[in-house]
Design a protein around this ligand. Structure first.
Ligand code: CTP
Length: 401
């Protein structure tokens, strides 16, 4: 696996809970990081201390813990992993999941997650065979929940039949193959995405910046990753969290962004969504510039920044096979973007109107035109999330051709 994957493991209350410790160990051996939620019932069978010793992380347990929520809210927790695994999944947890209950941290997290879920049921054979459990199982499968096991065999309660938790090695294998064969049209393809503004220092405390929020680039990185791609997000300063499964490299200036971008090569595709500052301060001061008495103003000389998109598009050895640029325009949007496509030698340009009345910069909506050498497509006004989804799909179609 090229980048470290992470699992959020929900440990339900059952005699098989002790096997979750072995699962954590196997995952960690296979390079998968685990963060765990221990349900109240689960903590009757394994201690938070053993779980935390194996995950190397604190264990989450209480929905209403102020300290936990301050460190990582339950919504963030639910999105912090590449896969949510419930092992053991008790009859009660399955019932909660199937019916949308959210009354503790585990069930709330399962409701809030946008990540795929794998459950490993474990319970007494009669509980497993009960029509209610079978009904819940059918609902969960319909909801897209993946299921491993249960196994058949001798049970702790003395009975025999299906209901035993699958062996940790089997569950771990399912998780590993989920990650490696992650079904998606871009599985096995690598991408880099630039996003956000750059900060160009004037002196150690001041900088020149722009109003880019980074939302569009982050959404594209997230969508490419959802389609199975291995994504490196090279981001200027933003307030956004790194999307799950994406490797983020944080940079400040355009010069740093170019270096990080070159380091991320080779990749199959590159999307340049960053609002890179065109200029940097040539005479950047080592010390804070003091205000002069008498009203003398500092003389800021500017130098042109490297054009990252053009540099990568013209890369002699490592040009990605698909290079997508953005064009932020305030007038004659399509014409200017077509000129940019030719000048920067990229394959596609996503052109958007960023004049203040459109609210594009910092906002959630975007109206774009997808421009290639062969034509112009006008996309309707839609959320940046939908622009990202549609663009990622177009990219997947391109690689599938
Ligand atoms: N870009 C880049 N490096 C730069 C400037 C821009 O990689 N130094 C990329 C942006 O990420 C975007 C595309 O080039 O994908 C176009 O950016 P835009 O700001 O619209 O164009 P500029 O080249 O800055 O041209 P102008 O400001 O004159 O419109």
């Amino acid at each position: 696996m090229s980048q470290q994957k992470s699992v959020l493991l929900i440990i339900g209350g059952g005699i098989a809970a002790y096997k979750s410790l072995e699962l954590i160990r196997l995952l960690s051996k296979g390079g998968v990081k685990t963060r765990a939620i221990l349900t109240e019932a689960g903590s009757q069978f394994v201690t938070p201390l053993s779980v935390s010793a194996l995950t190397g992380e604190k264990v989450f347990g209480d929905l209403f813990s102020l300290t936990d929520e301050a460190e990582m809210g339950h919504i963030e927790l639910s999105r912090s992993a590449d896969l949510v695994v419930v092992a053991p999944a008790t009859a009660d947890l399955m019932a909660k999941m199937a019916n949308g209950h959210a009354n503790d941290l585990a069930s709330t997290t399962l409701m809030a997650t946008d990540t795929e879920v794998l459950i490993a049921p474990a319970m007494n054979v009669r509980m497993w065979d009960h029509p209610a459990t079978q009904r819940n199982l059918a609902t969960l499968k319909q909801d897209g929940v993946r299921v491993v096991g249960p196994d058949e065999g001798d049970m702790a309660c003395g009975e025999f039949g299906p209901g035993r938790l699958s062996e940790p090695a089997v569950i771990a294998d399912q998780i590993f193959s989920y990650f490696t064969q992650k079904a998606g049209p871009l599985a096995g393809k690598s991408f880099l995405v630039t996003a956000g503004p750059t900060h160009e220092p004037i002196d150690p405390v001041r900088y020149i910046a722009n109003r880019s929020s980074g939302k569009q680039g982050y959404a594209i990185a997230a969508e490419l990753s959802k389609l199975g791609a291995d994504v490196t997000l090279i981001s200027g300063p933003t307030r956004l969290d790194a999307p799950a499964g994406v490797t983020r490299v944080e940079v400040e200036s355009a010069t740093d962004m170019l270096l990080a971008t070159e380091r991320a090569l080779p990749v199959d595709g590159a999307v340049f969504a960053a609002a890179v500052a065109d200029w940097r301060v040539a005479n950047q001061a080592d010390q804070k510039i003091k205000k002069q008495s008498g009203g003398d103003l500092p003389d800021l000389a500017l130098a042109e920044n490297p054009d990252i998109l053009a540099t990568i598009s013209n890369h002699a050895e490592k040009r990605p096979s698909l290079v997508v640029g953005f064009a932020a325009e305030t007038q004659t949007v399509i014409e200017n973007a077509q000129k940019k496509l030719a000048k920067k030698a990229c394959d596609w340009i996503v052109a958007n109107d960023v004049s203040p009345e459109t609210g594009t910069f910092g906002g959630d909506q975007n109206r774009v035109h997808l421009i290639s050498k062969t034509g112009v497509e006008d996309w309707p006004l839609q959320s940046k999330a939908d622009v990202a989804k549609n663009l990622a799909q177009r990219i997947a179609d391109h690689f599938g051709e």
